[in-house]
Design a protein around this ligand. Structure first.
Ligand SMILES: *[C@@H]1O[C@H](CO)[C@@H](O)[C@H](O)[C@H]1NC(C)=O
Ligand SMILES: *[C@@H]1O[C@H](CO)[C@@H](O)[C@H](O)[C@H]1NC(C)=O
Ligand SMILES: *[C@@H]1O[C@H](CO)[C@@H](O)[C@H](O)[C@H]1NC(C)=O
Ligand SMILES: *[C@@H]1O[C@H](CO)[C@@H](O)[C@H](O)[C@H]1NC(C)=O
Length: 451
């Protein structure tokens, strides 16, 4: 059953609305408990845990830590609120001890459970076509719940003009929409010296790409587990190797579309609308989120983009895995012989030709919402796609026995080895995701002999 904590939620909502009305400048960021006036004034995001102490410190779960001594602060005249995450908003935030985690240290690290978080768990992510009838029903009903259940813990930031911080405000969103928004938010152009850098962002075109998406999928999976109380729930993947057309784009799976690209009325997702539609404004954060009628329905047009008529092949994945270096200078979309750049798909699997391939090719191939990359996370096929991209990342980690030391120093904003991944709480460092998935409590099924 979804844990809505109705009264608590209603109270918090009331407080937030009052704050929104009363404060001239509300810089919002999740978690909800950190969007109070006091939290912004003191630049502190150390919510009280059940024991009534910040970050559960009385129970030894964590402590409220001042992170400013670690501040990089190398960038003069920074105006982007996400740089040096999350220190623009909060200088103090939770540091969780041992196996504890979560924005208030109230949860366990990925892969652990129990009151003391001292028990290891392991779930298996399967190819969607491996799921039984009941497992598919469970998946689609959980996704429907995630799309309609308001997040009690998190709110999302919106503004029509990022130059004016006093217009920033936060609003409620469903669990799924919080997830979709995080991708959008991490991907907005970076504001430096009052100019938008339209190429760089915090989740792509650099070494952060595989780890950012690994964490995002873990986040959604964990949110769904907590919402449903079903700790075994695992997000499935879509193994697209050698597909002739999107064979899971059928109404019993991810949904068929009509000639205009709109998902048919028989699809599980036909009523879904994309948060942050009209994404293509560098200066705004999600201007459509609180005006639902402006949100577009999901659409797809698989196999109709002239320069992306084929999906990656078995050989493409094999060749990508041959690239031994995790990433190479200049650590952006021009990197050669870079596993990351080939997996992300600015580089062909041959390691030397710069062209759309692998991950990027699937986005373009599927078209519609998926090809509008910042908001592509609105289409649930995104999570299956990224779960498979993560499986390939996992195969690479296993093949080369890779560890966080493979993560390179680089100059991309928010993508240094020790930068906190934008916009997650508590701080997760980029380098820490080059570890075996079993350390995060999941593994992948062997779906096809050719792997
Ligand atoms: C974390 O969990 C592991 C596995 O159950 C356990 O052995 C370890 O003691 C725990 N660590 C802490 C600090 O509680
Ligand atoms: C911002 O402008 C200052 C002063 O013109 C310059 O020194 C600095 O390099 C610029 N920062 C970036 C990141 O471009
Ligand atoms: C894929 O399927 C769509 C819809 O049936 C069709 O319009 C398109 O031509 C197909 N593409 C390829 C490459 O087969
Ligand atoms: C990649 O980095 C190189 C070297 O810093 C730079 O010249 C180039 O413009 C960058 N390309 C992109 C697309 O960011």
């Amino acid at each position: 059953m979804p844990d809505l904590r109705g009264q608590f939620y209603t109270d918090m909502l009331g407080i937030c609305i009052v704050l929104m009305i009363c404060l001239s400048a509300v810089h919002s960021q999740f978690p909800r408990a950190c969007t109070t006036e006091a939290a912004f004034r003191t630049k502190t995001c150390c919510p009280l845990w059940k024991d009534n102490s910040p970050c559960g410190s009385l129970s030894g779960r964590g402590r409220c830590r001042d992170w400013t001594p670690l501040r990089r602060n190398k960038i003069p005249q920074v105006n982007d609120d996400r740089l040096d995450w999350p220190r623009f908003y909060y200088e103090n935030s939770c540091e969780c001890h041992g196996n504890y985690s979560g924005f208030d240290c109230g949860d366990c690290k990925h892969g652990y459970f129990g009151d003391k978080c001292d028990r290891k768990k392991m779930i298996i992510r399967r190819e969607i076509r491996e799921l039984s009838f009941l497992e598919k029903k469970r998946l689609f009903s959980y996704l429907a719940l995630a799309k309609t259940t308001k997040s009690k813990d998190f709110v999302v930031l919106i503004t029509g003009d990022r130059h004016h911080r006093e217009t920033y405000r936060f609003i409620d969103a469903s669990l799924y929409d919080v997830f979709a928004w995080m991708h959008y938010y991490a991907m907005k152009p970076i504001l430096i010296n009052n100019t938008f850098d339209l190429i760089k962002n915090f989740a792509h075109q650099g070494p952060a790409f595989p780890g950012w998406h690994r964490l995002a999928i873990l986040f959604l999976e964990r949110q769904i587990q907590m919402m449903t109380g079903d700790d075994d729930f695992a997000i499935p993947y879509y193994d697209w190797r050698g597909e002739k057309n999107c064979s899971i784009c059928t109404d019993d799976l991810l949904g068929n579309n009509n000639a205009q690209g709109i998902l048919t009325p028989y699809s599980h997702f036909s009523f879904w609308k994309a948060i942050c539609s009209g994404f293509n404004y560098p200066d705004a954060y999600c201007p459509t989120a609180d005006t639902e009628y402006k949100m577009e329905r999901l659409h797809r047009k698989p196999g109709t983009t002239p320069y992306a008529l084929n999906m990656p092949t078995f050989l493409d994945v094999e060749n990508t895995l041959k690239l031994k270096e995790f990433d190479t200078p200049p650590f952006n979309e021009t990197s050669l012989l870079s596993f990351r750049n080939a997996l992300e798909g600015f580089l062909a699997p041959d390691g030397v030709t710069l062209k759309r391939s692998m991950h990027n090719l699937i986005h373009i191939y599927l078209g519609g919402t998926m090809s509008q990359i910042p908001i592509s996370s609105n289409d649930p096929i995104f999570i299956l796609h990224h779960s498979y991209v993560d499986k390939i990342f996992e195969q690479w980690i296993a093949k080369y026995n890779a560890s966080p030391s493979a993560y390179p120093e680089n100059n991309e904003f928010g993508q240094s080895p020790t930068d906190c991944i934008t916009p997650f709480f508590p701080c997760y460092q980029n380098k820490d995701f080059i570890r075996k998935s079993t350390e995060f409590g999941y593994r992948y099924s062997v779906y096809n002999d050719k792997e």
